[in-house]
Design a protein around this ligand. Structure first.
Ligand SMILES: C[S@@+](CC[C@H](N)C(=O)[O-])C[C@H]1O[C@@H](n2cnc3c(N)ncnc32)[C@H](O)[C@@H]1O
Length: 253
């Protein structure tokens, strides 16, 4: 039977790869990597660098799988993403069937941790349901960008006995729960925090966390929002891509 490993590789710092992940990397014959175009080249390159640095056993291969385009004409966000996932499932079915032999071990290297805003586990489950390629799989956790953000700002994410929500820029833009106290926001390409400048929040922001380009900003939202928006745009223009995450913390009344 084929075996697949879903390995969390951390969010930019090769030193965040866990010992368990290193052991898992050393079992892999074929790595499947989504090719998301030249802008995200650095992200594929980091995966290769991690393999070169930690794999001692020769003979592993990388197979790049062209990522299907999302059909932006589909109005509903959920339907659009579901259709895109199905296209990926079809593609992976073919590639795994072709590239991985019975008894071999394949892997998906997942940015950060596979449990947070990543489609790999959904796709793997779907592949198994479809049943055209058969395999067992294991999940190896990784250090998420959320943990790196907290460490860089020396933060505990929750306040005593409090809760923390993790959400997206899209959800934040659609409206904030009135009692939201501590919110981690990911996948925000539009600086949704700008709309909350009149509310009493502090922001702890980080971009390219764990990498050489890392940028951090923190302060009262009303004071630092414009600067973050400017720094973000400049960095994005300079590197061709950006990934940023932030905590919004309601100020004590
Ligand atoms: C598709 S999600 C993947 C999250 C990933 N599974 C994790 O555990 O961090 C991508 C989002 O994660 C956040 N992110 C990932 N890596 C990051 C990094 N190095 N610095 C800042 N934010 C990052 C950003 O909010 C980005 O929009």
């Amino acid at each position: 039977v084929r075996r697949m490993l879903v390995i969390g590789i951390g969010s930019g710092d090769p030193e965040h790869v866990t010992i368990q992940a290193v052991r898992a990397l050393n079992r892999v014959d074929v790595f499947f990597a989504a090719d998301k175009g030249s802008e995200k080249r650095e992200l594929v390159d980091l995966r290769k660098l991690i393999c070169e640095r930690y794999i001692e056993r020769p003979g592993y291969r990388f197979v790049e799988v062209a990522d299907p385009r999302r059909d932006e004409t589909v109005a509903s966000y959920t339907s659009r993403v579901e259709a895109w996932h199905e296209a990926r499932v079809a593609q992976y079915e073919q590639v795994i069937g072709r590239e991985l032999e019975d008894g071999q071990c394949g892997a998906f290297l997942v940015w950060g941790d596979p449990s947070l805003y990543d489609s790999t586990l959904r796709i793997v489950e779907r592949l198994r349901e479809c049943g055209h390629v058969q395999f067992d799989y294991e999940v190896i956790p990784g250090i998420s960008s959320v943990q790196v953000l907290a460490a860089r700002h020396k933060l505990a994410l929750n306040r005593i006995g409090g809760s923390v929500a993790i959400t997206t820029g899209r959800k934040l833009a659609a409206g904030l729960a009135p009692d939201a106290e501590d919110l981690v926001v990911m996948l925000d390409g539009e600086c949704a925090f700008e709309a909350l400048k009149s509310e009493p929040f502090d922001i702890y922001w980080g971009a390219y966390l764990g990498s050489d380009h890392e940028i951090l900003r923190a302060g009262e939202l009303a004071q630092v929002a414009d600067e973050i928006t400017r720094v973000r745009a400049e960095a994005r223009a300079q590197h061709g891509w950006i990934m940023d995450t932030y905590l919004l913390r309601r100020r004590a009344r």
